[in-house]
Design a protein around this ligand. Structure first.
Ligand SMILES: [Cu+2]
Length: 117
C-alpha cells in the first residue's frame, strides 16, 4: 500500500508545475531571491523604462535585451542555484534556487521513501 501511495505522490509532484513572476523595477529584480521547484517556470517582467537582461552567470540562460513591458520566461528542469545579472547593469544581481519537491515530501513521510530506493 505504501509503495502505491508513494508512486502517486511522486507522480503528482512531477506533474504539478507552478509559475512565478519576478518584476524588474528600479534597476533591481523583485524578489531578488526566489526558491522554486523543479519544473517550475519563472517569468521576468521589465517594468523599467531602461532595457534590462536576465543573464545567468554560468550562461545557462540569457533573455537578451528586454524593453519596458517585455517579459521573458525560463523553465528550470533540474535542481541547483543560478546566480544571474543584467548585462547592461552588472550591479543588478539576483538568484534562483531550484529544489526537488519530492525531496521535500520525504520529510512528511518520515523517511519511509528511502526504504524503497
Ligand atoms: Cu539592467
Amino acid at each position: 500500500m505504501k509503495r502505491i501511495a508513494l508512486s502517486l505522490l511522486v507522480l503528482a509532484a512531477s506533474v504539478i508545475a507552478a509559475d512565478h513572476d519576478i518584476d524588474i523595477s528600479g534597476f533591481a529584480y523583485d524578489p531578488d531571491t526566489l526558491t522554486v521547484q523543479v519544473g517550475d517556470t519563472v517569468t521576468w517582467i521589465n517594468q523599467d523604462s531602461a532595457a534590462h537582461t536576465v543573464t545567468a552567470d554560468n550562461a545557462d540562460f540569457d533573455s537578451g535585451s528586454l524593453a519596458q513591458g517585455e517579459t521573458w520566461s525560463f523553465t528550470f528542469d533540474s535542481t541547483g542555484t543560478w546566480d544571474y545579472h543584467c548585462t547592461f547593469h552588472p550591479m543588478m544581481t539576483a538568484v534562483i534556487i531550484v529544489e526537488d519537491s519530492s525531496a521535500v515530501e520525504d520529510l512528511s513521510w518520515g523517511g519511509v521513501k528511502e526504504q524503497y530506493r
